[in-house]
Design a protein around this ligand. Sequence first.
Ligand code: BGC
Length: 741
Amino acid sequence: MTDVPVTAKIALTGGRDFWHTNAVPEADLPAVMVTDGPHGVRKQSGDVDHVGLGASEPATCFPPAVGLSSTWNRDLVRQVGVALGEETKALGVGVLLGPGANLKRDPRCGRNFEYFSEDPYLTGELATALVEGVQSEGVGTSLKHFAANNQETDRMRRDSQIDDRTLREMYLRAFGKVVRESQPWTVMCSYNKVNGVQASENHFLLTEVLRDEFGFEGLVVSDWGAVWDRVKALKAGCDLEMPANAVHEAATVRAFEAGEIDQATIDTAYERIERVMRRAAATLADAPDTFDEAAHHALGRAAAEQAIVLLRNDGVLPLSSDARVGVVGEFARTPRYQGAGSSRVNPTRLDNALDRIREIVGGEVPFAPGFSTNPKVPAPADAVSDAVAVAKDADVVLLFLGLGEAHESEGYDRKDLDLPAEQLALLDEVLAVNPNVVVVLSNGSSVLVPFAGRVRAVVEGWLLGQAGGPALADVLFGLVNPSGKLTETIPNRLADVPSYLNFPGDTTGVRYGEGLFVGYRGYDKTETPVAFPFGHGLSYTTFAYADLAATASDDGLRVEVTVTNTGDRAGREVVQAYVSKASSAVVRVPRELKGFADVTLEPGASERVVIEIAADELAYWSVLDAAWVIESGEYTVEVGASSRDLRASATVEVAGNEPVRPLTMDSTVVEAMANPVFAQAATAMMQGSIFGASDNDSLGVDAAAMLAELPLAALVGFSGADPADFQRLLDAANASAAGAA
Ligand code: BGC
């Protein structure tokens, strides 16, 4: 290591080209390839780009995060991770660039399909499982995009302006969980600014939070092109700039020679990169160069089966295989199965729903595309009349609607949440000739479903990867019992979305004005009706919940509930546990997901489901203490089938860990009165004052309430007491509290 010249070390802090790190011959370190990610390997061998335009080698396209997350199945996500790791290795790649742990703050974000949820707990759990799976194969992941990169509009510059508590509890929490639990080999810093500082130059985020608090041991890589100044980035804790940038490299050498960056900073970055790349190189040195395509396709299909969310069903589903169905909608034949941009995978094969429907029915099924999925390519003139003809002749119409690639993509946000107007018009035409319509949706982020009550069933297929088509068909015909649940709310109107007033901001920044009230936290607080709530998803069977028990210990909460399959077919239920605290010293959201488990039950069978909630999950970020604090007192645990289908609730007493905050002149009367020494002295003092006068009830005011929030400094001023005497009282009160603690 000492033999490596500083120029070679500096060279290693930037890429060799678009997808490789530099080799360091002096250290016997080879160049290593890193590539996207997250739901498949995008290994480009020809022209390179970071927005998914150029071709790449075939790899399995698993369901993107929007689909994968809807399974709420940690084990399945881990298995997908293992398969991704195998493919990464087989394709000679050392680090797969994913998963993305950004929160879905607003359904318009063009990249939501790559993110897991509007909830940080769920995001953290599933991203952890994916990282564990990939890395178990001896290759790395890149947890991205750190941090607060929740929109595509102006993504390389926009300043995400977020208060401390919201930043910690909503936007950093999932990253912290993944880092602590699975140590991704790399973390990718995002393009945007966070509270005024470019993420790649953000010492607070990259060093104080990520390393000092979360304990991150790997290397920080920049998003592609996110570094504006490599010297500043290195000093902040961004170790590796990607892709290659010769100008930045030369500037770093000059800065070193001028003494503007020290050897230790360069050594630290160098060592972190070297360690990770050596691990990757060791794996790749004797990795097989093939993977089991058929097995991975099957795994992708199994994941898709659990990802499909049955939103509404009046009993029309499941269809019997002898039903006379007509299929309408291009997506049945040409699936929309992944998002556009850097994550685009060249699939090993691509199956559609239409072929599988024909297979199940055992014959020809009438089909009409009805519309074009590309707004630039108009549908043929007779598209609608053909579709209506198919609909007229059928007992049930399976209408495949959704968003095409041009409608949502990395690099830009949607302007609205609507399905394309021609598809909505087609739906009306079809309904006019046949009321038995089942809508099947393909989309990367929520769309409005104002038609849900006018059709007989709605199936949300999200983006399901290369094997998603047959999985959809199997759900429609009941060969698979649906069990996916929403990981994002489907609102009734765009204007209902909590971030509506503050998205996407302007050149002065984007204010995260809704604070903690993201997604269901916001809809629940304002009691806003939604089309389908967070956590919702139907089954062809039914489940009953009974005998909820919640107990607290130093480790956290243990929640137990008995779930029974009360229907007549086997099914999987995702049991969700939400926690709330009605009486609190700080602003609280109505309820937060803090645990979940899934259970598969035969008809009539029951199981006692146990959900452990770690004590840390109960903590809130105390701005006053700049620390995570668990508040003491009564908490409510609600358990159910969605955030708005809560079947049982229990309360539990939690012993918190609030720090003792010394009283100061800034403390309010009510805060000070909680201290017995102060309370005794103050009560005596007040007896002689107007606040203590017994006749002030006649004024018709609550004097105690008026007084409660007075800062002590003001109280002293009004009372005419000697501030020095008062300070002595505070000192005595603080000393007694410290003695008691
Ligand atoms: C994306 C990253 C991606 C990188 C490399 C960027 O544009 O934001 O997610 O990993 O390109 O393709």
